[in-house]
Design a binder for this molecule. Structure first.
Ligand SMILES: Cc1ncc(C[n+]2csc(CCOP(=O)(O)OP(=O)(O)O)c2C)c(N)n1
Ligand code: SF4
Ligand SMILES: [Mg+2]
Length: 294
C-alpha cells in the first residue's frame, strides 16, 4: 500500500463513511454482504482517503461491489479487472488499488491475467469472492466448482477438476496469499488489512456462499470441522512448502495467511531503475537490473 505523505493529521473515517447511498441488490443471505462490510471496516481501520482509493472489478454479482463503496471504482469488462487495475496503479502509484470479483471473472475468462499480475508484483490487493459458481448468469459451473456438483451446465454432475486459487497463487509467485470466509467479519477484516498493507501483489480468497444457486450447503461446509484457522496450528507463513501443503489438503478449508514473502514491488523497482538512470546512464542501471535477476 502507498499512503500519500501528509504532515496534517486526517480526521478518522468510520466504516459508514465508505458506504454509498446505493443499496446492494444481492439476494438476502448472499455471502458478498459480509465481504462488503469487512471491506468498509478495513478501509476505516486503515483510515484510507476515499479520493486515493480505487476499487476495481469485472462483471458478476460479486463484481458489483465497487458500486457500493465511496471511493473511486470501475466495473471493467468481464475478466479484465486486473488489467484495468494495473493501469490505475501505473498511472497513479499513490492510489491504494483493490480488485474484487468472482471465481468466473478471475479464473475462467480472466485467468490469463492472473499470472502476469502475480509476476509483476504490483502493489495491489485482489479479493476473490469465491462462491464456486456463476451467480449472475444463474448457476453455471465455474472453474472452482467441486467435482460431481450438479448445476444447470452439469446435470449429471461436474466431471472437471477444480482449480484451487491458492495453489495457483503459490505457483505463480504471489507474494502475499490468504484465505478467509465471509461469515467471519473479524477474520476477513484482519486479513484484508494485512493484504492491503503488504507492499506488492496480495491475493485473498474469500469463501463467499451463493445461497440462491448453492443452497445452504456452503454455509454448512464453512463452519465447525469444515475450517481450520492457521493461527491455531503454528503454520509458518514464510515457508513455501508448508504453504503448498495447507493450500488444498482436502480435509478442511485452511483459513489465514498461507504465504507471505517480502520481494520488492514493481513500483519500488521501477523507481530505483529511474533514479539509477538519472545518476549514471550505464553502470548503475545495470546494477539495478542485475538485482532483479534470480
Ligand atoms: C465477455 C463476457 N462473457 C460472458 C459474460 C456473461 N457473464 C457475466 S458474469 C459471468 C460469470 C459470473 O460469475 P462469477 O465471476 O463467479 O461472479 P458471481 O456472479 O458468481 O459473483 C458471466 C459468464 C459477460 N458479461 N461478458
Ligand atoms: S445469485 Fe448468488 S452470488 Fe448472486 S447475489 Fe444471489 S446469492 Fe449472491
Ligand atoms: Mg462466482
Amino acid at each position: 500500500m502507498s499512503l500519500p505523505e501528509s504532515s496534517e493529521p486526517r480526521p478518522a473515517l468510520a466504516p459508514k463513511d465508505y458506504k454509498r447511498d446505493l443499496k446492494p441488490v444481492w439476494c438476502p443471505g448472499c455471502g458478498d454482504f459480509g465481504v462488503l462490510n469487512a471491506l468498509y471496516k478495513t478501509l476505516a481501520d486503515l483510515n484510507l482517503e476515499r479520493h486515493n482509493t480505487a476499487v476495481i472489478s469485472g462483471i458478476g454479482c460479486s463484481s458489483r461491489l465497487p458500486g457500493y463503496v465511496a471511493a473511486y471504482g470501475f466495473n471493467a469488462l468481464h475478466g479484465r479487472a486486473l488489467t484495468l487495475a494495473t493501469g490505475v496503479k501505473l498511472a497513479n502509484p499513490q492510489v491504494t488499488t483493490i480488485v474484487a470479483g468472482g471465481d468466473g471473472d478471475g479464473f475462467a475468462i480472466g485467468m490469463g491475467h492472473f499470472p502476469h499480475a502475480a509476476r509483476r508484483n504490483l502493489d495491489m490487493t485482489y479479493i476473490l469472492m469465491d462462491n464456486r459458481i456463476y451467480g449472475l448468469t444463474k448457476g453455471q459451473l465455474s472453474p472452482t466448482s467441486e467435482p460431481d456438483l450438479v448445476t444447470k451446465t452439469s446435470s449429471l454432475g461436474n466431471i472437471e477438476r477444480p482449480i484451487d486459487p491458492v495453489t495457483l497463487a503459490l505457483a505463480t509467485g504471489v507474494t502475499f496469499i490468504a484465505r478467509t470466509v465471509s461469515t467471519n467479519i473479524k477474520h476477513m477484516t484482519e486479513i484484508f488489512s494485512r493484504a492491503i498493507k503488504h507492499s506488492g501483489f496480495s491475493f485473498v480468497q474469500v469463501l463467499s456462499p451463493c445461497v440462491t444457486f448453492r443452497g445452504k450447503t456452503q454455509y454448512k461446509d464453512y463452519q465447525g470441522d469444515g475450517v481450520i484457522y492457521l493461527e491455531q496450528t503454528g503454520h509458518d507463513q514464510h515457508d513455501f512448502h508448508a504453504a503448498l501443503k495447507v493450500a488444498n489438503n482436502g480435509d478442511a478449508y485452511q483459513l489465514g495467511v498461507i504465504y507471505h514473502v517480502h520481494t520488492e514491488s514493481f513500483g519500488v523497482r521501477y523507481t530505483r531503475l529511474r533514479e539509477a538512470f538519472k545518476q549514471d546512464k550505464n553502470s548503475a542501471v545495470l546494477d539495478v537490473v542485475n538485482d532483479f535477476l534470480p
